[in-house]
Design a protein around this ligand. Sequence first.
Ligand code: URA
Length: 426
Amino acid sequence: MAEFAVVDLIRAKRDGRPLEDAEIRWLINSFTGGAVDPEQMSAMAMAVFFRGMDDRELSTWTTAMIETGERLDFSGLSRPTADKHSTGGVGDKITLPLAPLVAACGVAVPQLSGRGLGHTGGTLDKLEAIPGWRASLSNEEMLRQLEEVGAVICAAGSGLAPADKKLYALRDVTGTVEAIPLIASSIMSKKIAEGTDSLVLDVKVGSGAFMKSREDASELARRMVSLGAAADVRTVALLTSMEAPLGLTAGNGLEVAESVEVLAGGGPADVVELTLALAREMVQAAGVDVDPADKLADGSAMDVWRRMIAAQGGDPDAELPSAQHVEVVTADQTGYLTALDAMAVGLAAWRLGAGRARKEDPVQAAAGVVMCAKPGDRVTEGQPLFELHTDTPDTIARARAALAGGWEIGPDAPESQPLILDRITA
Ligand code: URA
């Protein structure tokens, strides 16, 4: 492979010259192998942040990242596969009811997930609140569970797109996470390497999301959808609102309990709406003609959930851990809750112990925030608005501070806002 001087490539991108395919392939391989220093790759990430990448560069960059690792092969399964990826939000527990629901419709769901960092929770952290449940499976165990149960939610092995793991760690500490081409290639390299037939993307927009503006979220969705299509993965994206948290809980065990309510036929309306919308997209992309609403109503999604948890050592009947301390934040006036800021709730849950500041930190299974009202609800002075759950009561003052200013009560009901904002296809 041709040799390049990395500093020339950094200068080229810095000055706005698109990189050649051979340059990109060399850069990604050399960085993964250790021949490009982290400080040089950090400079490149910053140059990409400011200059972007055109579609050809992005496609080559993503393919080069995929080729640094293994690719899984689900072609031996007896049913089609569909996966979902969310760009992350507060109270976003949708994967938990969604995976068993789609499996109940006859589609295999390989949901390779991660842990949370910062104010958004990680799916694995949530499921680890269930006594006995284990996140790590070998590829053989994963395939067996997909065939026998239909759904698996487990840790992504380190073999998929190792370039991304290394690059993400740099971006995390150099202020370059938010670059749209880098997010698109990061997500899509892992999903394409995973080998799913179809993919539904939930691209969040709003205060609690990576993408704060609709324009940026649309651009991210468009670029991911075209990467998927180019790799023969049927890909569709929904743009969904993350101004307010999803559902009534933010925190690991609390979100598991809410997900089980949805599977039992109840649960908050927004969680049910988004679960069904994403399930319909996944089932349709997989070419299966079943309405997920029927599988939720007849209990078969709950059956798959129970088998999926048990297959990974969890006890679906075990009581979830409860917090040692619960404090209440009350409404200071009577009126309508007009705003509830997702970021403020996410930060409060994180400070209570539901999230981690560094990768190696533990999380509390029972910590988090329960919302007693959502925007549009009528509230009366003195009524509970939030419950703060934690095992470490010294965190409560800082959680209260995070919430202060994160909600508003006014005399008039706010206009109701749609949850699903757009649908983007190739
Ligand atoms: N999630 C990812 O996997 N990668 C990013 O760059 C951002 C969110």
